[in-house]
Design a protein around this ligand. Structure first.
Ligand code: MLT
Ligand code: ZN
Length: 462
């Protein structure tokens, strides 16, 4: 360890665990985007809040940029360290600190995995309802940094709805204890919400108090086959009218093709162009009859061509796998990811326009559509042809993203629904946020991170 700044860090925080091996720099310096070559200065793994504060103070003195790091499952480059930054991993700070049965809150350190939160909540007879495929590896701190959504937003909302309080270390090393679990608190600016989705640019979340809720009602999962894209929103309305939906997700035949090649089981004899996985409360005969009524109404209208309902938990998991395994199945193709949203009411017009736009713009690339259609959130993944250089591929995709961003602006949507802006969508932030808004964001950053050391270059340039 020859860098004098690191020698100074070890002196300033003697108990700090520090990693500088090339394999560690590579591992901790990237997220799931794999677009940038990791090149951090070192990896700091603090074990306490005080150590986090001390590291930030050291970084501030030495002008070293700090990249907060959770499970690094992000898809926007938000946790990438490619410019000599210090990666501050919350990996060791992964404990449950408190369960309060009266408040129905679980207080955790930020490095805990989402799945561990699910399991702990379940052990207490309650539930933490935010959920998505990377649950085993992603961390609560990362979920907060991106306001992560996932597969049950339609019923439970995003991460934001479930944060009762949090402790955050700002760019000056100050510790803020925000909202302290209060349900009602009308005492000025809610800095907690400012931190949520700030992608580590305003502070490092070190602890969070999570709201828990009743366990989900007994539910069923149904897989539907659709003959065309145009009927998607009608099917959604038909189901939403009659059922208490927990999830309403869609994917195309291309997505299914890749998931099947990845080991999933074929759901129907024939292939269909579009599919929906929906989960809904189904604990009694009335709800079961309503589900059948929704299905039959869609069949009668010609909006659905086939369907299957789960008969067991194992079958429900099998149907979910068809949707949840898409990201993993596509990963080897280095997909260029779009994660866009519009209001549900704007969805039909936006879908039509986007289909036309991408049909023309991407004639030579394989485009895979899927997403949380019930939330107005589409994932459009463009797969890199084997023989194309990555930089050339990304360059071509970016030209199309410029057009997509213009369409989103017209439909008043967002260039990032749930993955964050990070590095990947920084160039398109103006399509979603006005110049005045971005200027306010810059001002807020200057207050909380005056030296500009917290995750610089992510979200926007200062
Ligand atoms: C998903 O919905 O599966 C995730 O957001 C991940 C992805 O878009 O690949
Ligand atoms: Zn998603």
């Amino acid at each position: 360890m020859t860098d004098p700044r690191l020698t100074d860090l070890v002196q300033a925080v003697p108990a700090l665990r520090l990693k500088t091996e090339p394999s560690d720099l590579e591992h901790y310096g990237r997220d799931w985007t794999r677009r940038w070559t990791p090149a951090p200065l070192a990896i700091a793994l603090p074990g306490t809040v005080e150590e986090v504060q001390a590291v930030v103070r050291w970084a501030s003195q030495h002008g070293v940029a700090v990249v907060p790091s959770g499970g690094r499952t992000g898809l926007s480059g938000g946790a990438v360290a490619a410019n000599g930054e210090l990666v501050l991993s919350l990996e060791r700070m992964n404990r449950v600190l408190d369960f309060n049965a009266v408040d129905r809150t679980l207080t955790v350190q930020a490095g805990i995995a989402l799945e561990a939160v699910h399991n702990t909540a379940r052990d207490h007879g309650l539930a933490y309802p935010v959920d998505f495929a990377s649950r085993g590896s992603c961390s609560i701190g990362g979920n907060i940094a991106t306001n992560a959504g996932g597969i049950r937003v339609i019923r439970y909302g995003n991460t934001r709805e479930w944060i009762a309080g949090m402790k955050v270390v700002t760019g000056t090393g100050e510790l803020l204890d925000l909202n302290r679990g209060l349900i009602k608190n009308s005492s000025g600016y809610d800095l907690r919400h400012l931190m949520i989705a700030s992608e580590g640019t305003l502070g490092i979340v070190v602890e969070a108090s999570l709201r828990l809720t009743d366990p989900a009602p007994a539910s069923n999962v149904m897989l539907l086959a659709l003959p065309s894209f145009e009927v998607l929103m009608q099917v959604f309305s038909a189901f939403r009218e009659r059922l208490q939906l927990q999830a309403f997700e869609f994917f195309t035949d291309r997505a299914l093709h890749h998931v099947l090649a990845h080991g999933a089981q074929k759901p129907f004899e024939e292939m269909h162009p579009y599919y929906v996985v929906t989960e809904f409360a189904s604990g009694d005969e009335v709800q079961e009859a309503a589900a059948m009524a929704a299905f039959e109404a869609c069949m009668d209208s010609g909006w659905v061509s086939d369907g299957v309902v789960s008969q067991s938990d194992a079958q429900a998991a099998q149907l979910w796998r068809l949707r949840e395994a898409i990201t993993e199945a596509l990963a080897p193709y280095k997909p260029y990811k779009n994660d866009v949203s519009v209001r549900i009411s704007a969805m039909p017009a936006f879908l039509e326009e986007t289909q036309q736009l991408l049909g023309k713009a991407y004639p030579h690339f394989e485009v895979v559509w899927f997403g949380h259609i019930g939330d107005g959130n589409l994932h459009i993944n463009v797969l890199k042809p084997d023989d194309m250089d990555n930089a050339e591929f990304v360059g071509q995709c970016e030209q199309v993203t410029t057009l997509l961003a213009a369409s989103l602006q017209k439909h008043e949507g967002s260039i990032s629904a749930e993955h964050g802006i990070g590095l990947v969508k920084k160039g398109y932030l103006e399509s979603t946020r006005s110049a005045a808004e971005i200027e306010v964001m810059r001002g807020i950053k200057r207050v909380l991170d005056p030296q500009g050391i917290l995750n610089p270059g992510k979200l926007f340039d200062v």
